[in-house]
Design a protein around this ligand. Structure first.
Ligand code: F6R
Length: 324
């Protein structure tokens, strides 16, 4: 595919990145607790992991920013597994945080033979191929697809998912690349970017598993487009932050087929005369909707950045990862 920027190329590689993970069987046993350490986009992938490990596999799971865990380590039990997730495998805080851990250490990384692998008992590669754009896109998708596979595997071994449910969940994952390709071929996000060209502040709402996607979408918009974007859980947004809204601040809401909870917040925002744009991910069950919602927000960040003349592959002030 001939595209002008690595970010767009890498966004379009995501269906294949998922396809390559589908036939893998990965297992980390059945821990009684999972701790996740990461930074930035990998931390947002960790939030998806937490949701899946808790809601599907029913394993208590905590996520902490690697830098925070250096002064406030997560509690460990003898049968805890700590997962350090880092696309580069070179993020200094994540490496240091993993080194502090006493429990079994698993690294999830895209960096073959990267430094993190030296401090892990077990490494799972995300196999997304090199990501050149500073903004992480396909590596995020490769991380979350692994979390889906791990959570389903633990839940199956743990008897929280029957053989039938396990097979049906894996089948739903198989449908994702095709659904993503459909979205990648649509023009609606380019049109949305045009309407937001002058927007300096933006709210993104999700609920359930898509709260993490709202936060990740806001991170993509901040780093690629310099928009002040904030991601919130829809219900929580009503408890104060809604006071921010005026005619200048639009809200994007991730709406899924099975999720009526977000509607209450959308109705309240509209009742105050403020603008809500719905990002719908209704063609797949809510559990799998993050794959589509995140692509929509990545595309929005990309198109908005290029409309604003930003060098999207090399935004100001940031490096792809921090080694010090
Ligand atoms: C965001 C981005 C950064 C990284 C973060 C962690 O698009 O790229 O936020 O996610 O610096 O990097 P890794 O995953 O290499 O540890």
């Amino acid at each position: 595919m001939n595209v002008p920027h690595f970010m767009l190329k890498e966004i379009h590689q995501q269906p294949d990145v998922i396809r390559h993970q589908l036939d893998r069987t990965i297992s980390i046993g059945i821990p009684d607790r999972i701790n996740i350490l990461a930074c930035g986009t990998s931390l947002n992938a960790g939030l998806i992991g937490q949701f899946l490990f808790e809601q599907i596999a029913q394993i208590p799971t905590q996520v902490r920013s690697s830098s925070e865990s250096l002064s406030a380590p997560l509690l460990e039990t003898p049968n805890t597994i700590t997962i350090a997730i880092t696309q580069s495998g070179e993020t200094a805080d994540t490496i240091a945080a993993l080194q502090q851990v006493q429990s079994k250490r698993v690294a999830i990384t895209n960096g073959i033979d990267s430094t993190i692998t030296r401090f892990a008992d077990h490494t799972i590669y995300t196999n997304a191929g090199e990501e050149k754009s500073v903004a992480a896109t396909k590596t995020f998708t490769s991380q979350i697809v692994l979390f889906y596979k791990l959570a389903f595997q633990i839940a199956h071994e743990n008897q929280k998912l029957s053989d039938r449910e396990f097979a049906s969940h894996l089948e739903s994952l198989k449908q994702i690349p095709q659904q993503m390709e459909k979205l990648l071929n649509e023009n609606t996000i380019v049109e949305l970017a045009q309407t937001l060209k002058e927007t300096r502040d933006l709210i993104i709402l999700g609920s359930g598993i898509n709260t993490a996607i709202a936060v990740e979408g806001a991170l993509k918009l901040k780093e690629a487009t310099y928009t002040h974007a904030e991601g919130y859980a829809a219900g929580e947004f009503l408890h104060g932050p809604i006071a921010l809204l005026d005619a200048e601040i639009p809200t994007l809401a991730i709406v899924t087929e099975d999720d009526s909870r977000i509607q209450k917040t959308i109705d309240r925002i509209r009742a105050h005369g403020n603008h809500v744009i719905e990002i719908t991910a209704k063609s797949v069950p809510e559990l799998f909707s993050p794959f589509l919602a995140v692509v929509a927000l990545q595309l929005l960040a990309y198109h908005l950045a290029t409309l604003r003349g930003i060098d999207v592959d090399r935004p100001r002030n940031i490096a792809k990862y921090l080694t010090t």
